[in-house]
Design a protein. Structure first.
Length: 337
């Protein structure tokens, strides 16, 4: 009788999600006994958009390639690139504008793939502020001022007639969660929030003033970046990393519900909001299925950075900042399987 009363209802979708998540974990089991290479990577944020990094770890794609990937969450682009330059991390996920600026200053860096081919953020304001003009004279929260999220935010505000520091102030707060807390406390008037946190904010009565992608449609936001000299000396390891990344991206595209079953817990969001964020990211090509770099996006970023810095034409070609050979080799090896 107790067995009848405690009967558990298992739906088809629950079974499908469980199978999708477990299939890959089981597939990498034979590698568990092998020695794995320590492979630290740096992420300038931990949000839904950065989900492929955590999925690659959870699903065992890194482990399958013999890599013990350790994800280090850092505060913004500058410190992430500094860690990469000193080889404290082997791959950095930080703002494209910061990478371009660093290379222009002589740092030995190269973008080898794409985590975020587009922007997945919106500018969210406290309840009294409903338009861009309402933010004139106010304080806006950011993670940085000159790179990454802060750089993109300034461009969006400029598109709506607001110049920094003439028309508003920027308070450097930190990651997206800290910024949302600051918005809720009244410390700032507005801040960029990524999908789907902006959805949660809207549900709480905050105002989504505008989406970054509407004003910056070809903004290549976040690449997989390496130190050129280190990567060339360790080419097989870097190629294995990119093989794992490509497989993670492909799996993410093909398994929305299974991905959200994990990411909703890891990123502290509802499953429904995760699904909305997934739909938005796929529809707007925030991720690329093969982690490939958008050359048009790179050219756009070169032009934007040059305009901000007063650099005159002719501008450098994308090849100064990227090296696609690692991804091409990874795709070639995957095609042979």
């Amino acid at each position: 009788m107790m067995g009848v009363l405690l009967r558990i209802k298992i739906t088809r979708s629950t079974i499908a999600i469980a199978l999708a998540m477990s299939a890959f974990v089981l597939a990498v089991a034979p590698c568990a006994a092998q020695d794995k290479i320590r492979f630290p990577i740096g992420a300038s944020s931990k949000t839904f958009s950065y989900g492929p990094l955590w999925l690659g770890q959870k699903l065992g794609f890194f482990e399958r390639e013999g890599l013990d990937v350790q994800i280090v969450v850092m505060r913004g682009t500058p410190i992430t690139l500094q860690a990469l330059a000193t080889e404290s991390i082997y791959v950095a996920n930080a703002g494209t504008d910061g990478v371009i600026g660093a290379v222009d200053k002589g740092l030995d860096l190269a973008m080898i793939g794409s985590l975020l081919n587009n922007l997945s953020m919106s500018l969210v304001a406290a309840k009294p502020y409903k338009t861009f003009d309402d933010l004139r004279g106010k304080t806006i929260g950011s993670q940085t001022i000159t790179t990454g999220t802060g750089f993109a935010m300034r461009l969006v505000l400029r598109a709506h007639g607001l110049e920094y520091p003439r028309d508003y102030q920027i308070l450097n707060i930190g990651g997206v969660t800290d910024r949302y807390v600051a918005l809720q406390s009244g410390q700032i008037a507005a801040t960029p929030l990524s999908v789907p946190l902006d959805i949660s904010a809207k549900q709480q009565g905050y105002n989504v003033i505008g989406y970054f992608a509407d004003d910056l449609p070809s903004y290549f936001f976040n690449p997989y970046t390496v130190k050129r000299s280190w990567a060339e000396k360790n080419r097989p390891m870097v190629v294995r990393y990119m093989k794992a990344i490509v497989q993670t991206h492909r799996w993410l595209f093909d398994n929305r519900d299974a991905a959200c079953a994990y990411l909703s817990k890891e990123m502290a969001m509802t499953v429904e909001n995760c699904r909305v964020a997934w739909e938005y990211s796929v529809k707007n090509r925030v991720w690329d299925r093969n982690a490939d770099i958008s050359l048009d996006g790179v050219r756009t970023m070169i032009k934007i950075v040059a305009e901000i810095n007063g650099q005159k034409e002719p501008l450098p070609p994308p090849e100064k900042y990227i090296d696609q050979s690692y991804l091409k080799q990874a795709l070639g090896e995957l095609a042979k399987k």
